[in-house]
Design a binder for this molecule. Structure first.
Ligand code: HEC
Ligand code: HEC
Length: 304
């Protein structure tokens, strides 16, 4: 009797696992084409260096050849970001149509129907996506063909099962606009979302709300941990305007130095915090203006 109920329970569990794990999704057959101009190329370059470089750019070879992603637990497998250069053998971008790239960014679904949370930007403006694609198709030296493969993503059964549970593609929404340059707070909120500041600066990468970022657990109050240099664990700072544990004492100048040069008032910032050199001063000031409006949260994060 005991064994029978055990077998029945296992069967029910297995069925639940199979039903809840969705690993393949519909992708697009659309025929969208990005429209290019020198201004769009420039803006696209700034976007790609601000949004995608953290994961795809290799500072040693100065190209988008991809990197290992060290923050995935070993038990789940090994993940590498893709080579975005024009390499015929190992570059991925040429294997994508413009419509598929746009679909990947908006929904998180790859051209093969796999869900990839890393690129998910459901609130990104259409013009920004257009310009990102223009840059990716350009002959900028950072994209010239490099056949290097840093590695191929491989998920273990545990990794696949977890991903199946977590897979949560966003609905495809067309026609989104970037806030006006003159509305600093709206532009700041948009950049914190789309550049991905809140991804690292909230409670955990596992509990992001990509559609309504402000509802993410511990939004901007820091604490998510990363493997820094020499395998040391490093936590992202509280960037709410709390005066004791956040950045409430930062001036606008302090903030520019931290975000663009990696220099906080009393220390040099360590990776994975990036130097966002490609954000304009106006954009960084907009982020600052927005951050000063979010609720101050007392949450002490220890620095390395
Ligand atoms: C947080 C890290 C991260 C960021 C930011 C990021 N990517 Fe990725 N990207 C990845 C990883 C990891 C993969 C490989 C995922 C896999 O193999 O399952 C990937 C894969 C890709 C792929 C290939 C998909 C495929 O079919 O294999 C493309 C194209 C891509 N990224 C484009 C971009 C663009 C464009 C941006 C910026 C707008 C961007 N990524 C930002 C981590 C990132
Ligand atoms: C890949 C993860 C990651 C991303 C993306 C990221 N940060 Fe950070 N940030 C960190 C980490 C980790 C630290 C802590 C570094 C240290 O203590 O040396 C940090 C530190 C900071 C600090 C210093 C605060 C202090 O005094 O402790 C500021 C300001 C900051 N980030 C702002 C931003 C902004 C604005 C963005 C988006 C434009 C951003 N960060 C994107 C990981 C990230």
């Amino acid at each position: 009797m005991k064994y029978k109920s055990l077998a029945a329970t296992s069967l029910i569990m297995a069925v639940i696992v199979i039903i809840s794990c969705k690993t393949h999704f519909e992708t697009t057959k659309g025929d969208y084409k990005a429209s290019a101009s020198p201004a769009r190329f420039e803006h696209g370059k700034n976007m790609v260096f601000s949004v995608c470089a953290g994961c795809h750019y290799n500072h040693g070879v100065k190209k988008f050849i991809g990197n290992p992603i060290n923050d995935v637990p070993g038990i789940a497998g090994k993940v590498y970001s893709a080579n975005l250069t024009h390499s015929k053998t190992n570059g991925i971008t040429s294997k994508y149509s413009d419509a598929q790239l746009k679909y990947l960014l908006k929904t998180g679904i790859s051209k093969d129907g796999r869900f990839m949370a890393y690129m998910l930007r459901p609130n990104m403006a259409d013009e920004d996506i257009n310009d990102i694609i223009v840059f990716l198709r350009s002959n900028d030296p950072a994209l010239s063909a490099a056949d290097t493969t840093v590695g191929l993503t491989h998920y273990s059964l545990i990794g696949k099962t977890y991903l199946g549970f977590k897979a949560d593609p966003a609905p495809y929404k067309d026609g989104l606009k970037r806030p006006s340059e003159n509305d600093a707070i709206a532009l700041g909120r948009y950049l914190v979302d789309n550049v991905g500041c809140y991804h690292c600066h909230s409670k955990s990468l596992k509990s992001l709300n990509s559609i309504n970022p402000e509802q993410t657990k511990g939004y901007l109050a820091g604490g998510a941990t990363f493997k820094g240099g020499q395998g040391m664990e490093i936590a992202a700072s509280n960037i709410t305007p709390d005066k004791n544990s956040g950045i409430g004492n930062y001036t606008r100048e302090d903030f520019r130095k931290a975000v663009k040069d990696g220099l906080a008032p009393h220390r040099k910032l360590k990776p994975p915090m990036e130097k966002f050199e490609y954000l304009s001063d106006k954009e960084v000031d907009a982020i600052y203006a927005y951050l000063m409006t979010v609720p101050a949260k007392y949450h002490v994060v220890k620095h390395l």
